[in-house]
Design a protein around this ligand. Structure first.
Ligand code: LLP
Length: 426
């Protein structure tokens, strides 16, 4: 499903999510509004736990905070035996403020500052995923014992959008597989402050071909075997990153969570047999596949501009400030009219945002029922990388985020006000 799993059309013909009428949500909380269905989040979380339990491998699930993070969401993760991947001081601060166990935090980033690393060590962050030489040296100098993973760039393609592909040799992330990585593994092993737990690899995001993950594991295990031969150090834990794709359009066919986890586990087992190396734990960092389909965005329709023989522009009260993905990656979405969820699609229109750019288009050519001013438009699958990439372009306040659970709604993040907009101005 593209929409949250609890979605249905109610007796009024409105879209209902988690037992709550989305038209009422729009009236109560105003628009634009991000809506998250807790049941869908919990369903994906359970799918991950179930799939891993079947593999009988020791595992750790780490949610990638960059997909969507706030203090309330940290609580859900904590209650569901998830660790957390943070990739900036701000994400780290959010987790600490939410009372998240720092031992279960994984600190990422290709250019962590000394300040960020200092905070991570002061707060007792359990794991630093080391990306480069400078960082390794900074950590050695901080004179505090720290556990790390070394991020390896395996040199493979993930067949996804080039902006979100990270595993190719030509990448700003990680140590290149081979002699470069080996050199720094040796340096880490020689440092008295550093406890090298294992390797990390992340090949990209919104990946449909699970074969790419297998290929990454194959390369990583081959490298691990050569490290063992040359240093006598055996890799304990493998952090395989995130990247499982989700359905944005009904026709999309991503692998299921079960299929993805099985693919990873089968390959880890096969390779560890081949090299006679026992892997103590497999870790993954899913973001999008936890929160993506759990979220929708609600907008109020404003002007409708018909250009005969060309197209009809339907402008909504948000746009590239709350969803940058169409502009950045040419991402496609599906939509429906929340207050006309029972009506047939009649014609194709283009959903435009309210920002001062012609490129501020949320969906080009989408079939919808007859659309009018004040209709509530719902765009599906905006839970991941929507709010987290939201911005204040044109000094537009960022929308609120509400979470729906069993017929009740709660604000996770309040809407920005105009006062918030000027709060930093001096
Ligand atoms: N681990 C690492 C080290 C990552 O860099 C990422 C995503 C993840 C895990 C989570 O990947 P996921 O399971 O969510 O695919 N803004 C882009 C996505 C950028 C992903 C960056 N890294 C988008 O909107 O498509």
């Amino acid at each position: 499903m593209v929409l949250p799993i609890t979605s249905k059309v109610n007796s009024k013909g409105n879209l209902e999510i988690g037992g709550v009428d989305t038209v009422k949500l729009a009236a109560n909380y105003k628009t634009p509004l991000y809506v998250i269905d807790k049941a869908t989040v919990l369903n994906s979380i359970e799918d991950y736990h179930r799939a891993f339990k079947k593999t009988r491998l020791d595992y750790e699930l780490i949610y990638a905070g960059k997909a969507f993070l706030c203090k309330g969401f940290c609580k859900i993760l904590k209650q569901n035996d998830f660790s957390l991947d943070v990739s900036s001081g701000g994400e780290l601060y959010t987790a600490i403020k939410a009372g998240f166990n720092p031992r279960r935090i994984y600190m990422h980033g290709n250019n962590k500052t000394l300040d960020e690393l200092g905070l991570a060590l002061r707060w007792g962050v359990g794991n630093i995923v080391v990306d480069n030489r400078a960082e390794l040296r900074m950590l050695s100098k901080l004179r505090k014992k720290v556990s790390i993973f070394i991020r390896i760039t395996p040199g493979i393609s993930a067949y996804t959008h080039k902006y979100i592909e990270t595993g190719k040799e030509d990448s700003k992330f990680g140590f290149a597989l081979g002699s470069e990585a080996l050199k720094y593994v040796k340096e880490a092993l020689a440092s008295p402050n550093i406890n090298l737990k294992g390797f990390h690899v992340h090949i990209g995001s919104q990946i449909f071909t699970v074969k790419s993950f297998s290929r990454a594991i194959e390369k990583l295990m081959k490298f691990s075997a050569s490290v063992y031969k040359k240093t006598g150090w055996q890799v304990g834990e493998l952090n395989l990153g995130g990247g499982l794709g989700i359905k944005y359009l009904s026709k999309d066919k991503p692998a299921s969570i079960e299929e993805y986890v099985k693919t990873l586990a089968d390959q880890v087992k096969k390779q560890s047999k081949l090299y006679k190396m026992k892997i103590n734990k497999v870790l993954i960092e899913p973001g999008r596949s936890i929160i993506g389909n759990a979220g929708v965005s609600l907008y109020t329709v404003g002007t409708v501009k018909k250009i005969p023989g060309v197209r009809t522009y339907v402008s909504v009260d948000g746009g590239m400030s709350d969803n940058l993905r169409p502009m950045l990656y040419g991402a496609r979405y599906e939509a429906l009219i929340a207050n006309k969820a029972d009506q047939k699609n009649r014609k194709r229109v283009t959903i435009a945002g309210k920002h001062c750019e012609s490129g501020d288009v949320l969906i080009k050519d989408v079939a919808l029922p007859n659309i009018e001013e004040k209709d509530i438009l719902c765009i599906a699958a905006t839970g991941a990388y929507g709010y987290s990439m939201a911005n204040n372009y044109n000094r537009q306040p960022r929308p609120a985020v509400v979470i729906i659970n069993k017929g009740r709604s709660n604000v996770l993040i309040r809407r920005e006000t105009y006062q918030d907009i000027v709060r930093l101005d001096i």
